[in-house]
Design a protein around this ligand. Structure first.
Ligand code: HSE
Length: 429
């Protein structure tokens, strides 16, 4: 006799519809894998009348998603409401307290309350599963927590926001401007409800902080992250990057440094020869540098209906097979705060683009500002005068400290010939 696992889905946006489609179209193969029938018993969303790509007529409709937490007929809650607090948090915490498993794609929620929710799950002997929260369809959490659990990690980095990667890739390929491409990413269902989370780097930061917790055994700590988004990236920089042999990508990077754990999200100039530079469009990729396994890269679609739903359904299949472990690798109360390093201690090379008035002494001022901070120039380009009489100067440096670089840039920006503040992009190696 087959078991039954009853599932309620709260939130019927892009991902929710995708989950219903997969559960319906793959019912038989899922049953074969789990010896369980996964039955959607109830659904809930803000607007019942909204036109959707799935037929909801066979499911019980619930106006208030939070009441699902108390429904004894439900075994698993799939939370796709979104938001770090509010209804999503109340639904998840009450569901766990009532002995229901929770599957969520909500990285903001997990980044803010994941450790608390994990504790609730452990106390109630149920699971909190969030594979879909990081890198969409690419199962990086499972890989890190289970497949690579024998490793210590020197560094983990990746492209973890499909919207940003789509925008940067399309800007490069077409020369179209930022806003135009962002609108398109929203239409394709990649972007967050509030797209500033994507383009300001917050979404990547949520995902990175979750991976850092899993890899380094520390509680998720958003306050420890340095975050810079892609809104200042122009087609001009993308063009010069190509000329210098780089591509611009938004990376999330966590690494164990001499000063502690450094977690940072910012645009990077990546040499085109680096595999991650070739990860384009909505694709995400995460590179893990483990001491036993070496370097490993996982690439997959990071956003969109069916890739994200693929990860949600995989979590449901795990629950049906009774395969679950501590959500953050170790018991929630065994997570230990990390010693955090600040971005000031970062060491690396930089790209600087300056727009300056074309007159004698400018170069000498620039080199003076750099040499005072012991910064050595690696390459230098000057692009001829435009009709407005200004020129662009593009410099790449050898490795230096973030502190020296920001001091030098402050000095450079203060010169009367500086037409606009310098654009600074860190070079990734
Ligand atoms: N807005 C997110 C992205 C969706 O673009 O990657 C997946 O988390």
């Amino acid at each position: 006799v087959k078991k039954t696992l009853t599932v309620a889905i709260a939130g019927l946006g892009t991902v929710g519809s995708g989950v219903i489609k997969i559960l319906e179209s793959k019912m038989e193969s899922i049953e074969r894998k789990t010896n369980t029938r996964l039955v959607i018993t109830a659904v809930s969303a803000r607007d019942k009348t909204r036109k959707r790509s799935v037929d909801l007529s066979s499911f019980k409709w619930v106006d208030d998603a939070e009441t699902l937490a108390a429904d004894p007929a439900i075994n698993v809650i799939v939370e796709l409401i979104g938001g770090a607090d509010g209804a999503a948090l109340r639904l998840c915490e009450n569901a766990l307290k009532n002995g229901k498993h929770v599957v969520t794609a909500n990285k903001a929620l997990i980044a803010k309350h994941g450790v608390y929710l994990s504790q609730l799950a452990e106390e109630n002997n149920v699971t909190l599963a969030f594979e879909a929260a990081v890198a969409g369809g690419a199962p990086v959490i499972k890989m890190l927590r289970e497949g690579l659990s024998a490793n210590n990690f020197a560094r983990i980095y990746g492209i973890m926001n499909g919207t940003c990667n789509y925008i940067l890739t399309t800007m490069q390929a077409t020369g179209r401007d930022f806003k135009d491409v962002l609108d398109e990413a929203q239409k394709l269902g990649y972007a967050e409800a509030d797209p500033s989370f994507d383009i300001d780097g917050i979404d990547t930061a949520h995902k990175l902080a979750i991976l850092a917790s899993l890899a380094y055994g520390c509680p998720v700590n958003m306050d420890a992250l340095f975050i810079e988004g892609i809104t200042r990236i122009t087609t001009t920089d993308i063009h010069y990057a190509a000329e210098l042999g780089f591509k611009i990508k938004l990376l999330g990077i966590c690494e164990m440094t001499a000063n502690g754990l450094l977690q940072r999200v910012h645009p990077c100039m990546i040499p085109v020869t680096n595999a991650i530079a070739c990860v384009d469009g909505v694709y995400n990729a995460v590179v893990l540098e483990g001491d036993s396994v070496g370097r490993l890269m996982l690439e997959g679609r990071g956003a969109g209906e069916s890739p994200t739903a693929s990860a949600v359904v995989a979590d449901l299949i795990d629950i049906a097979c009774n395969r679950f472990t501590y959500p953050f690798s170790v018991p929630a109360n065994a997570l230990q705060p990390a010693k955090n390093a600040s971005i000031d201690s970062h060491n690396g090379a930089y790209y600087i683009r300056l727009t300056v008035i074309d007159r004698p002494g400018v170069l000498s001022d620039i080199t003076q500002a750099l040499s005072t901070e012991h910064i050595s120039v690696e390459s230098f380009l000057q692009k001829g005068a435009k009709s407005d009489g200004n020129v662009q100067i593009i410099i790449t440096t050898h490795d230096t400290s973030e502190k020296s670089m920001s001091t030098a840039v402050k000095q450079i920006n203060s010169f009367p010939w500086a037409v606009e503040p310098a654009t600074l992009i860190r070079i990734f190696k």
